[in-house]
Ligand binder design. Structure first.
Ligand code: F6P
Length: 511
């Protein structure tokens, strides 16, 4: 891509100072009109970005040059887009009611959910399930957690409360055991690979605790454990009864998996109707992504703006700021989605690439962030792309307060303020994007999450990287395993480690 003339043209456009000056850019009377986009329940305002028609046109040409349309069709047609694993990426099939995988997925999910909620499934204490603990990490945790929290007020059909155990930490497990009603609790081991150390350690710790509790009698009928996995044989080996295993296909990437069986906690928390509405919202976004020209296509536009900042303006961070507590886990979910998918230095052909890819993604609830790190947004020397996310329909004055704050922050960052006392002055000219959702319905949430998924796929196509693998995470895991084994065998001196790392291991083992 870097050798493409459009790339060079974008470089030149980005160097021109007037394109980084919001006051100048706003001299165009059509700016508001040309940089605000609406689709279904989403309103996307890109007008506070360092961007003009000329840059946007060139960015769309970059997408053309990367053959984005073909790449989108390839993903939706089930072609192999995950070249490392030689797999298609089939998460969109699960939200397409015309696709056989939609029915397969919802039928198996809903059937087990019905059995749980109507009391047919009994825990190993012979009791009805009233709570579910999701034991999983990464994509087997962040997506379900985000949506369970987002739809928390729509739990009419549900009687099951959901808890999450992700990191390995006895204190967390002990705390969890104090909060739950163990006899009525179903522990759900969510792991695509069924080989993630943290998840298996937590599952074993929980199993060990259960075995010591009076009345615990698991058998093929009664079980306090279930599994969601793409590796059914491992779950069976771990002793999970077959009828308590929800399988899903390996072609569904972990961080794109909340629509699959991994979404079981969502079904239990919000009900089948809401889960279907979530899929429907995502499917609407899928169709929009497939059908709309790039200059009207929300996920493509968001990807192009992020590429503009990352590759041409040279900004290396990205912040996601939802102004609604129900979306508090969105930044963490997006962090994994963007950084694990596009934090790559190898092209799809395995060559080292010479341009930056994923930015450093961070964020939190917008209101909390204002009182934590917004100072640096307003007066720090760097700028960075920000997504302000708000929810329009509501019936509480506190939500208005939040929305006014969201709007005020975008305006303050852009306008700035001159002060006699220079320390109080804010330079302004700081960019941001505003994304408003009509309401906090499952359908709107589905659109929002699919929007970000497609934004990430678009980035990856233009960067010519595979967004569906994560080989980089393996090295740290392997070294941790080696350290543990060498410490246990007292053979640390055989490890080729640097003095700093050796001293740290010594500190840990001495204590
Ligand atoms: O180590 C990273 C990772 O493989 C993520 O990609 C994944 O979402 C997470 O671990 C959990 O994996 P699994 O669902 O296989 O337990």
């Amino acid at each position: 891509m870097r050798n493409n003339p459009v790339w060079q043209q974008l470089n030149e456009l980005a160097q021109q100072a007037e394109r980084r000056d919001l006051a100048k850019l706003w001299q165009n009377p059509n700016r508001q009109q040309s940089l605000v986009f609406e689709f279904e329940d989403l309103y996307l305002d890109l007008s506070k970005n360092w961007l003009d028609d000329q840059a946007l046109t060139a960015l769309c040409q970059l997408a053309e040059a990367a053959e984005l349309k073909t790449a989108i069709d390839n993903m939706f047609n089930g072609e192999i887009v995950n070249t490392t694993d030689q797999l298609p990426a089939t998460h969109t099939e699960l939200r397409n009611p015309q696709h056989p995988n939609y029915l397969r997925n919802t039928e198996s999910l809903f059937s087990l959910a019905d059995q749980v909620t109507n009391g047919e499934v009994k825990t190993a204490f012979g009791k009805q399930v009233k709570q579910l603990v999701n034991i999983g990490i990464g994509g087997s945790y962040l997506g379900p957690r985000l949506v369970v929290e987002a739809l928390t007020e729509l739990q009419s059909e549900s009687r099951i409360s959901i808890y999450f155990a992700a990191s390995v930490d006895d204190s967390l497990i002990n705390q969890l055991f104090k909060s739950i009603d163990i006899e009525h609790c179903l522990f759900c081991i969510s792991s695509k690979s069924f080989s993630t150390v943290e998840t298996l350690m937590n599952a074993r710790a929980i199993q060990a605790k259960l075995k010591n509790i009076k009345g615990y009698q698991p058998d093929q009928q009664q079980s306090s454990l279930m599994a969601i996995t793409a590796n059914t044989s491992r779950a069976l080996e771990a002793g999970i009864p077959e009828h308590m295993i929800l399988p899903f296909d390996p072609s569904i990437g972990g961080r794109f998996s909340l629509w699959s069986a991994i979404g079981f906690p969502i079904v239990l928390a919000a009900g089948k109707t809401q889960f279907k509405a979530l899929l429907e919202g995502a499917h609407l976004m899928d169709q929009h992504y497939q059908q709309q020209p790039f200059d009207k296509n929300l996920p493509v536009l968001m990807a192009l703006v992020s590429i503009w900042y990352r590759n041409f303006i040279g900004l290396s961070a990205y912040s996601c700021l939802p102004y609604d507590a129900r979306l508090r886990s969105l930044p963490k979910w997006l962090q994994q989605l963007m950084m694990e998918s596009t934090g790559k230095m190898h092209s799809t052909a395995g060559e080292i690439i010479d341009y930056p890819t994923s930015p450093w993604v961070f964020g939190d609830h917008g209101q909390l962030s204002q009182h934590a790190f917004f100072q640096a947004f307003h007066q720090g020397v760097d700028a960075l792309p920000l997504d302000f996310i708000g929810v329009l329909e509501h019936n509480s004055p506190s939500q208005d307060f939040l929305l006014f704050n969201l709007i005020a922050q975008g305006a303050a960052l852009m306008q700035g303020k001159e002060e006699d006392h220079s320390m109080k002055g804010c330079p302004g000219n700081k960019p941001s994007t505003t994304l408003l959702m009509k309401n906090m319905s499952a359908k709107s949430v589905g659109q929002l999450l699919a929007l970000y998924e497609h934004m990430i796929y678009t980035q990856s196509v233009i960067w010519n990287i595979n967004c569906f693998d994560q080989p980089g995470v393996e090295l740290g895991k392997t070294i941790a395993k080696d350290i543990q084994a060498h410490v246990e065998n007292n053979t640390l001196n055989q490890m080729a480690l640097d003095p700093s790392t050796l001293a740290l291991i010594q500190k840990v083992t001495e204590t």
